[in-house]
Design a protein around this ligand. Structure first.
Ligand code: SF4
Length: 287
């Protein structure tokens, strides 16, 4: 079965749009597998599913950079993205062994709603396949408003949660750490829309970056209608998994003079005001 990922591309723009979006060069690869047995931080899930490798959002603190295949890719995290163009065919092979009730985390080392996803609809195709043939329990992890496009599919799952990452209330801070990501306000607006569509949602402040005004930020979070939140501190430690991109984040954090005491003060306010607050790994347990 041949699936044309480019059906959705405007062919008048075609090649440029296929191969580069913003600062990101895009490659199309044939992947060996699409579902990975979940381990480590995600071990409470059965599988993780990453339709893409790399990430156009290129957050400068991103731990996923460590999983790059080469030091060059690690150094240039954000400047490359690989589309697993056979992702859907790989998933179709699982029809022989349906994933009913399995827990799947989408995605652990990329964002399933990359800017190119708007044209390729690769994640959307995967959701359709999961819905029609497997009906697993899924958690979507994103920081893109594009997730609202798939509300119609998400509403049909028996068990689904959409996690939206929002790391700060300040656009200046966001631009310093996540310059290629959607704005804070667009993420809050998107998760409000998903919540209002009757889908279970969660806001993940992971990692929590410097906050300008914790009280008004808490109010903004509550205004989305979301009832579940997860927070995790920025890890300043330089472990062996540190990719060079994180150095920029460390420097930025130092410049902003933000430390663990600041984090704890904000978390105290969250604990008082937010209906449910999970911390770290436990917060990410499957639905
Ligand atoms: S969106 Fe997620 S995967 Fe992508 S760079 Fe940021 S933290 Fe990493």
């Amino acid at each position: 079965m041949t699936l044309d990922l480019f059906n959705n591309l405007d062919h008048e723009k075609d090649d440029n749009q296929k191969n580069k979006i913003g600062q990101t060069n895009i490659q199309y690869i044939s992947s060996a597998s699409i579902l990975t047995e979940a381990k480590g931080f995600m071990e409470a899930y059965d599988f993780t599913l990453n339709p893409y490798s790399g990430c156009s959002f290129g957050c400068n603190y991103c731990y996923a950079a460590f999983f790059s295949r080469s030091p060059e890719e690690r150094e240039s995290w954000g400047a490359w993205l690989k589309v697993k163009e056979n992702a859907l065919q790989l998933l179709m092979k699982w029809r022989r062994k349906p994933l009913i009730n399995k827990t799947i985390y989408i995605s652990s080392v990329t964002d399933p709603y990359q800017p190119i996803e708007k044209h390729l609809e690769l994640t959307r195709g995967i959701l359709k396949e999961l819905l029609n043939y497997h009906r697993p329990r899924i958690v979507i992890q994103t920081r893109s408003q594009l997730v609202t496009r798939d509300i119609d599919l998400l509403q049909q799952f028996d068990a689904v949660q959409v996690n939206m990452t929002v790391t700060t209330d300040s656009e200046d801070v966001r631009k310093a750490f996540e310059p290629y990501c959607p704005s804070n306000s667009s993420r809050l607006k998107a998760i409000k829309e998903v919540t209002e569509a009757g889908i279970q949602t969660c806001i993940t402040m992971t990692p929590l970056l410097p906050i300008q005004d914790a009280k008004s930020f808490t109010q903004e979070l509550l205004n989305t209608g979301v009832e579940k939140f997860i927070v995790q501190p920025f890890h300043p430690d330089k472990g062996k998994f540190v990719a060079s991109t994180r150095e920029a984040a460390l420097q930025q954090m130092k410049k902003m003079n933000w430390n663990n005491n600041n984090y704890l003060e904000v978390v105290e306010i969250f604990k008082k005001e937010l209906p449910w607050l999970g911390e770290g790994k436990q917060g990410f347990a499957p639905i």
